[in-house]
Write a protein that binds this ligand. Sequence first.
Ligand SMILES: NC(=O)c1ccc[n+]([C@@H]2O[C@H](COP(=O)([O-])OP(=O)(O)OC[C@H]3O[C@@H](n4cnc5c(N)ncnc54)[C@H](OP(=O)(O)O)[C@@H]3O)[C@@H](O)[C@H]2O)c1
Length: 327
Amino acid sequence: MLNSLQYLNFSEHMIEAIKFALRYDPSPNPRVGAVLVDKNNKIKKITAHKEKDKDHAEYNLFKNSDISENDTLYVTLEPCFHDDTSPSCANAVLETNVQNIVVGDIDRDERTNGKGIELLKNNDLNVSIENGINDFLNPGYKITNDKPYLIGKVATSADHIIYNENKRYITNKNSLEITHYLRATVDSVIIGKNTLKIDNPKLNVRLDYEYKNPQPVVMWGNDTRELKKYSSSFNNFIFYVENDEDSFSSFLERHSIKNGLVEGGNSILSYFLNEDMIDEFYYFKSSDSLESGLKIDKTIEQYISNNFNSIQEYPIIDNLLTTYTNK
Ligand SMILES: NC(=O)c1ccc[n+]([C@@H]2O[C@H](COP(=O)([O-])OP(=O)(O)OC[C@H]3O[C@@H](n4cnc5c(N)ncnc54)[C@H](OP(=O)(O)O)[C@@H]3O)[C@@H](O)[C@H]2O)c1
């Protein structure tokens, strides 16, 4: 069956590497997955960087493995040039028979930043790059400013509706599955108070493996009259009350949250966009019209088209996903 991540043009083996890497939390290191494939395109071994201070994915992969020169190594991030918790992975690759390697993204860590790939190429290995894999797996990786890294997301019908009481999900099941993968990559999912009350959401990850759930965060405004009632019903959620905090960024920092998926609601999407806090955006559009319901605020669409670069359009059967990054 087609995994929904294939609609993002990720290759089959990189998807397996992503799915495996998502099972582990090696933070503060990035999640990295690696897959070894034989000449018939069959997976021989799959592994990941599992824990802080433990072996990198490539080392785990090479341990007790029978590697042939016809195999291909897929790794979600450029093999490190530098020694870290494992010695240099690029050097470790050279000590094996591997001749073919597909790399997810160039490592932004300046100790590696292209040097791992250069070393492999200088030793006549066939190296190709499949862009966007590490950026998907580790949102905001090595982007150092003092802000949390936030991904905006919205789903609309063909006639711009974001809520209709008779249709809980506006987009198709593959679009939904992509959203669940996005949830699996981030520390938090952020919604507004009205979305909590109207949708009664779980905000967890529902996929074929039990990944760690992100922390649900509710933007609660300042009216605390019903806060107790909702915070006890949604007791694993945390609630941001504007007047009680210095800023949303410091609130997230206090909860050790570095990144998040903002699942708006007009009100909170407008807030985060106007504050220039959204780094990338996933806009899912269905081809069905709903005819009635709450429409997306026109200023949100205008804001995105003026201030974001459209990266790519992905047809997802009868849906269209457009991804954007902040200019
Ligand atoms: N299709 C989709 O992708 C999608 C996704 C999510 C939600 N929705 C739909 O969107 C609708 C809700 O949208 P909405 O615009 O009415 O409401 P919302 O965005 O869910 O929540 C709005 C409330 O959040 C609070 N808030 C906003 N900015 C804040 C800030 N900076 N700090 C603290 N609190 C803040 C405010 O509370 P106060 O008013 O008390 O200040 C505001 O009224 C629902 O029908 C839901 O189903 C659709």
